[in-house]
Design a protein around this ligand. Structure first.
Ligand code: ATP
Length: 369
């Protein structure tokens, strides 16, 4: 079992220079048993503090934390049955891999034979059996990472907490370890809470993702829902690479009107925008929803634009074209078959059916009535 519940949890720090810092602000969520949940957000948004409160390394200022239905507010870290893997791995440098992995169980006075069995089983799962006699300094970054995870597995805890575990690895190794962690989760069937500032890591690993900003939970949803139905402009801008394009436009009841283009609004969209007639709204367009009009079969509902293309980047399977629209930088993600050229005006079609709309005043998504 490993269900984690936050009920109106707030954590304040008293900082000499900054006064009271609200690191986590009234957070409520349930992480189900065996779920893989990623907590993502920019630096300083409260991710690590949330994790440390689950582990019991930090005491919340207000609210309750429950594990498997039991309030754990006053339970010490070692009594919570949780294993945490940090960014810097925190391996003991003077101990061998075997000693590092067995340390926790030795402290808990497990019988030697049982420790030996558990360490070898964890080493086998992580593919590090041949490294058991080495010291951490004799290992590569990836191997150290595997040892750190192996050490956490040995204890068979009810919850694993990962705090940016891959950020010290190079890009290729990071992808490899990402795949391994996903497989590990399937195999262990244990709850994992995974903190990262990297939205790609969160999107690829998390069954659900908690997006935080400034101590406040912005949205909790599976990856595809976050991408397709972000609740506000922050989530829309944080999730997705290249970043979503946004521009402020006006809706006159029939058409979207802006300096660089005007387009009739399809009937299906009118209901959604009905309370925004003659008001400013923010139009959000993902780069892949802008098409090269020369090579795309159009539906007739697109906004046609012909911006001056500034730069084209060739990425093998696709091309990224950069241009300005309504005075804002825009990116289009086109197939590599597009012949788009820089320093030329190019006919592009913006797919309004895929557009996101936000209230220009408060940044909330306009989902209609
Ligand atoms: P990062 O990705 O940079 O690690 P984070 O999202 O994990 O950031 P936290 O480490 O949880 O953010 O910090 C949230 C806020 O709380 C920040 O403003 C941070 O400066 C503050 N904070 C965290 N720990 C303390 C502390 N011990 N004393 C004072 N302020 C703190």
């Amino acid at each position: 079992m490993g269900q984690i519940v936050f009920e109106n949890v707030t954590k304040e720090f008293r900082d000499e220079k900054r006064g009271v810092v609200v690191a986590v602000n009234n957070a409520s969520f349930t992480i189900e048993d065996k779920e893989f949940v990623a907590i993502v957000g920019p630096s300083g948004c409260g991710k690590t503090t949330s994790l440390r409160m689950i582990a019991g390394l930090e005491r919340q200022t207000r609210g309750d934390i429950k594990i498997d239905g039991r309030i754990v507010n006053d339970l010490r870290p070692k009594d919570r049955d949780i294993a945490m893997v940090f960014q810097d791995y925190a391996l003991y440098p003077h101990m061998t891999v075997y000693e590092n992995m067995s340390f926790g169980l030795r402290n808990l006075k497990f019988p030697k034979a049982e420790i030996d069995e558990k360490v070898h089983e964890a080493a086998r799962i992580m593919g590090i059996e041949q490294l058991l006699d080495r010291k951490p300094r004799e290992l590569s970054g990836g191997q150290r990472q595997r040892v750190a995870v192996g050490r956490a597995i040995v204890r068979q805890p009810r919850v694993f907490l990962f705090d940016e575990p891959l950020s010290n690895l190079d890009a290729k190794l990071r992808i490899q370890m990402r795949v391994e962690l996903a497989e590990l989760h399937k195999r262990l069937q244990t709850t994992i809470v995974y903190v990262t500032h990297d939205q790609v890591e969160a999107m690829t690993l998390g069954e659900r993702i908690i997006v935080m900003n400034d101590g406040i939970i912005q949205q909790i949803a599976p990856p595809d829902e976050l991408y397709k139905r972000p609740r506000n402009m922050f989530v829309a801008g944080f999730i997705g690479a290249p970043t979503i394009n946004t521009t402020t436009v006006k809706y006159d009841g029939k058409a979207i009107v802006s300096p660089d283009f005007t387009v009739e609004v399809p009937e299906a969209l009118k209901g959604r925008l009905s309370s925004y007639v003659d008001r400013e709204i923010v139009l959000g367009i993902r780069p892949e929803d802008i098409h090269d009009a020369n090579i795309t079969r159009l539906k007739g509902e697109e906004a046609m634009i012909s911006p001056r293309v500034r730069v084209v980047e060739y990425l093998g399977s696709q091309k990224l074209a950069y241009f300005d629209l309504n005075g804002k930088p825009f990116t289009a993600q086109l197939p590599s078959s597009s012949r788009i050229e820089p320093n030329a005006d190019w006919a592009l079609a913006v797919d309004l059916a895929a557009a996101l709309f936000f209230d220009a005043e408060n940044g909330w998504s306009i989902v209609g009535n």
